[in-house]
Design a protein around this ligand. Structure first.
Ligand SMILES: [Mg+2]
Length: 182
């Protein structure tokens, strides 16, 4: 329940077209540290990614524990549905997203940077959970503490037989981003 189904160094390295071929029809994203740095507005890359996903045929929803004040303008910029104050890792927000999208949870990809909120909740409702390397964040003491707990869980996951993904080298995070998003 703690482990993601798969891991990538960055959101922008996920082969979404392959997931579409496997039958997934919607992508639910965490925003902060997953699509952009914490608190940052939608950038060209995130807008391009969402456009690309629609071209492939995916529906999109943003699922954030942040307020509507943060989430609504972001959603408007990337032209996505959203749920703010989602209460991750509790199931309610994830279920609301699936209802909004009208896609069964088994056909939804979830992309987030935190096991202890994003991934646990996604697993509980049956999404296909993808852990990504966090996009640059200020290392405040509180965040370091939270990340420490995260790292223990991630390290356990990487050593487990469940491991799947492209194990990111910490320095390699967010390198090798496909040209289309740059
Ligand atoms: Mg996040």
């Amino acid at each position: 329940m703690f482990y993601p189904k798969e891991e990538f160094g960055s959101t922008y390295q996920i082969p979404f077209d392959e997931f579409y071929k496997k039958g997934y029809r919607a992508v639910v994203f965490d925003i902060d540290n997953t699509l952009v740095p914490h608190g940052a507005p939608a950038d060209a890359r995130s807008i391009r990614l969402c456009e690309y996903l629609r071209t492939v045929g995916f529906q999109i929803c943003l699922l954030s524990n942040n307020s509507a004040k943060r989430v609504a303008p972001f959603a408007e910029a990337v032209r996505s549905q959203y749920i703010s104050r989602a209460g991750k890792p509790f199931k309610k927000g994830y279920q609301e997203a699936a209802d909004l999208l009208q896609v069964p949870t088994a056909k939804i990809l979830f992309v987030g940077d935190q096991i202890l909120t994003d991934i646990i909740g996604a697993n509980r409702v049956g999404y296909y959970s993808i852990l990504v390397g966090p996009i640059g964040e200020k290392e405040t003491f509180f965040i370091m503490l939270k990340r420490f707990m995260e790292r223990i869980t991630v390290a356990m996951y990487r050593r487990s037989s469940h491991y799947k993904g492209t194990r990111p080298d910490r320095k390699g995070y967010h390198n090798n981003i496909p040209e289309q998003y740059r």
